[in-house]
Design a protein around this ligand. Structure first.
Ligand SMILES: [Zn+2]
Length: 67
């Protein structure tokens, strides 16, 4: 079983700013009513490198998790 590794707050801030505080998929801007969801781009929860961090809105992160 793979141990989940959380992304560091610095990585989160860097990627948020790279994405201009918008959802990577639909481009919706984050705010208090639309909080950013931090996800793993390759689906590997043990990979917490900066390049594996993708930030989506709630709706898009739900779609990605289809189960
Ligand atoms: Zn979205």
């Amino acid at each position: 079983m793979i141990q989940k590794k959380e992304f560091s707050n610095i990585h989160k801030q860097v990627i948020l700013s790279n994405q201009k505080h918008k959802c990577k998929k639909c481009g919706m801007k984050f705010n208090v009513a639309n909080l950013p969801n931090f996800g793993y781009a390759d689906g590997n929860i043990g990979n917490n490198t900066k390049t594996n961090l993708q930030i989506l809105c709630l709706e898009c992160s739900k779609i990605g998790k289809k189960q």
